[in-house]
Design a binder for this molecule. Structure first.
Ligand code: BV8
Ligand code: ZN
Length: 231
């Protein structure tokens, strides 16, 4: 079996990390993530954008993976044992998939626990606050290693290759609002692949999916994984 899984903010919602849209988005009282996750916002007010990511980085370090992350890590391991193929692409910038045991995670929107040098491009681990004074060894300013709106997602060649090879495409906890991720289901359907949506409620592109399961990720993902492994 060759599975391609795309996760979004909904898979981390029950770990207490904010979602951008839909149920739970009320978490964003002080910040408007859609406005702040842009190069323009960072150029205009870098201290505010650093504050936004520093707050999320601290929340993430204090958070834990939930049963959905654990179930996906088990699925990856079991499919590898059976000689199957499994690709996990996440729009999330948290490390909860990895902390739950997932081995190969493609972070197409970057990673909150990494920083990048605006001058030389060097990427390093970052678990502390960043500020406008944070510098790379080369003297360049450091920014969060995340993909903002208007910036190019990471690893797109690898992603589209894996998507072309997959038999089943599964979207978990994503609103289908952000491209190019929101277009993956259409690419899978164009190849006649089976498409499954797991979400708290129908996403913006729910009608593109053959199989739709609704409920909290920490409940529906483990039972869906059990079903897949029982096949
Ligand atoms: C690009 C990192 C070119 C930063 C993020 C018009 C048409 C098409 C495209 C565009 C357009 N105008 C502008 C664009 C491009 C733009 C875009 O799509 N804008 C949207 C708003 C229209 N896209 C870009 O700019 C991208 N770059 O296009 O470059 C290109 C293209 C192809 C190839 C090369 C170059 C870059 C976008 C990346 C932006 N960065 N994150 C950060 O995190 O701060 S996006 C941000 O939204 C997060 O990553 C978030 O994960 C992501 C997507 O949202 P979701 O993950 O789906 O989360 P959301 O909150 O929306 O939904 C939560 C879901 O969970 C809901 O469905 C809810 O029901 C569900 N849920 C809630 N609780 C639970 C649950 N499900 C289960 N259980 C629960 N308990
Ligand atoms: Zn540098």
């Amino acid at each position: 079996m060759n599975l391609f899984i795309l996760t979004g903010a909904g898979v981390s919602a029950e770990s207490g990390l904010g979602v951008f849209r839909g149920p739970g988005a009320a978490l964003w009282k002080r910040y408007n993530p859609i406005r702040l996750a842009t190069p323009e916002a960072f150029a205009h007010d870098p201290a505010l954008v650093h504050d936004f990511y520093n707050t999320r980085r601290r929340n993430l370090i204090a958070a834990s993976p939930n049963a959905a992350h654990v179930a996906l890590a088990r699925l990856e391991a079991e499919l590898a044992r059976r000689g199957g193929a499994f690709t996990l692409v996440t729009q999330n910038i948290d490390d909860l998939h990895e902390r739950a045991g997932s081995k190969n995670v493609i972070h197409m929107h970057g990673e909150l626990l990494k920083a990048r040098c605006a001058s030389c491009g060097a990427v390093r681990d970052c678990r502390d606050d960043l500020s406008v004074d944070s510098r790379c060894g080369c003297g360049g300013a450091l920014r969060p290693h995340v993909v903002w709106f208007g910036e190019t997602p990471l690893d797109t060649d690898e992603i589209y290759e894996a998507l072309a090879a997959a038999e089943i495409f599964v979207a978990i906890g994503t609103s289908g609002a952000v491209y190019p991720a929101a277009g993956f289901v259409r690419a899978a359907r164009a190849r006649g692949r089976r498409c499954c949506e797991l979400n708290l409620e129908p996403s913006g592109n729910a009608e593109e999916f053959d199989d739709r399961r609704y409920g909290a990720a920490s409940e529906i993902v483990p039972s869906w994984v059990e079903e897949i492994l029982a096949r």
